[in-house]
Design a protein around this ligand. Structure first.
Ligand SMILES: Cc1cc2nc3c(=O)[nH]c(=O)nc-3n(C[C@H](O)[C@H](O)[C@H](O)COP(=O)(O)OP(=O)(O)OC[C@H]3O[C@@H](n4cnc5c(N)ncnc54)[C@H](O)[C@@H]3O)c2cc1C
Length: 383
């Protein structure tokens, strides 16, 4: 049985490697001619790292990224609202979170896939379900392939999903995000800390991703689809964050102007089903979340693991249905909690109460929530 994966993002590449490990026949198609990922970082939480360990790339990810073992949510001046040392997490899983350049992650995953199985510059255009049960996949350049199963891993604006479920909708969160990588040496005390600072309806995240490289993001409320001129972004952000801890404006200043990216923050209105006949959606294509919990990529990576573990088991059951049953509770919980966290971060009123509650939330409770989120089922069974 041949599985055709559309999209070589984090989800598609990890799925390819998980299939490779389990001897599942696949091919993967990506629209971009080269995999030059955006100049931003990504946090890989322990649930993602367990899967990366399973497919044999954890060590390289650890070498190329930076360990985060303390996560601070603070006020604009960096005074903590909640400060979580990750000791228990490390004891249980053997590692904490890794912050890494997206391009490095993408490249190291890509390099492990046999070249005969990955095809770049192939934009999916549409599929046709044939009478013999197979699926014909048509690409933008007119090229076609036949496959037994189709897996849409083509991100939040998935074309596979638009054909499969034409009424599916993304939801704009009301927030827009700038991301950049500063060339700067952080003070040692910040080397292994992930930080998010909440100010007056704006916030700023910081984490070192390698020596002298720091990934940051800035979030503000705005109308959808607004654009900045390259030259104005720097000054705009410097003004916006002038009252924050000085590290923030230093980071903005140390980022090449033309390399700051801006994206609106959206998610996907939860779908009732992620599959139909022999077609399945995974990752952002099936359940995109806002990034407030740093879990979108991790959930795409978890999908890869569960799907490949289910498919390797001989069964006449509908594996795509079982896959959704195994995954949807956690995914929907993350989508919901992330959406609410994003809203709360930008509250206009009630910040005093919010900060009081965050400061006084029992550490054990936060730890328990993290542990639940980071857990994956080590013995995935179709039963
Ligand atoms: C600001 C921000 C910060 C984030 N931070 C984190 C974080 O710290 N940790 C975390 O875990 N997640 C984070 N995420 C979420 C994470 O980036 C996504 O959840 C993750 O990239 C989803 O992976 P994916 O493979 O499903 O989709 P994508 O990574 O979007 O990949 C989709 C791929 O499909 C390709 N494609 C699209 N259309 C077609 C087509 N028609 N034909 C062929 N190929 C196609 C695209 O080119 C792309 O390569 C963040 C997201 C944002 C917006």
């Amino acid at each position: 049985m041949l599985y055709t994966i559309i999209g070589a993002g984090i989800g598609g590449l990890t799925t390819a490697l998980a299939f490779e490990k389990n001897g599942i026949d696949y091919q993967i198609f990506e629209q971009t001619p080269d995999l030059l990922e955006v100049g931003a970082g990504i946090w890989l939480a322990p649930n993602a790292l367990q899967v990366l360990d399973h497919i044999g790339v954890l060590e390289e990810v650890q070498q190329k990224g930076n360990t985060i073992n303390r996560i601070t949510l603070g006020k604009a001046d960096l005074s903590p609202l909640s400060d979580n040392y990750q000791d228990t997490i490390e004891k249980i899983f053997g590692f904490t979170t890794i912050a890494i350049h997206r391009a490095k992650l993408q490249k190291l995953l890509f390099d492990k896939i046999p070249t005969s199985k990955i095809h770049l510059g192939k934009g999916f255009n549409k599929y046709e379900e044939l009478e013999n049960g197979k699926i014909k996949v048509v690409f933008d350049d007119g090229h076609t392939v036949e496959t037994d199963y189709l897996i849409g891993a083509d991100g939040i604006h998935s074309k596979v999903r638009k054909q499969l479920f034409p009424t599916s909708n993304t939801r704009y969160s009301g927030q827009t995000c700038w991301r950049g990588i500063a060339e700067l040496a952080l003070d040692e005390e910040f080397h292994h800390r992930g930080m998010e600072l909440w100010g007056n309806q704006i916030r700023f995240g910081i984490s070192r991703i390698s020596e002298n490289k720091v990934y940051w993001f800035a979030v503000a409320i705005d109308k959808p689809n607004e654009k900045d001129q390259n030259q104005e972004t720097h000054n705009k952000l410097l003004t916006m964050f002038q009252d924050f801890h000085p590290m923030v404006t230093n980071l903005i200043s140390a980022t090449p102007k033309e390399k700051i990216m801006r994206n609106d923050i959206s998610d996907l209105k939860p779908l009732e089903v992620w599959h139909k006949n022999n077609i399945l959606l995974i990752g952002d294509a099936g359940h995109a979340t806002t990034p407030n919990m740093g879990q979108g990529g991790a959930q795409a990576i978890e999908d890869a693991y569960y799907l490949s573990e289910l498919l390797k088991q001989e069964s006449t059951k509908n594996i795509f249905e079982i896959f959704q049953q195994k995954r949807e509770k956690k995914v929907h919980q993350i989508v919901k909690q992330s959406w609410n966290t994003g809203k709360m971060a930008h509250w206009k009123y009630g910040k005093g109460i919010r900060n009081f509650l965050l400061k006084n939330a029992p550490k054990k409770m936060i730890e328990k929530q993290m542990l639940t989120m980071y857990q994956i089922d080590k013995t995935v069974s179709i039963h």
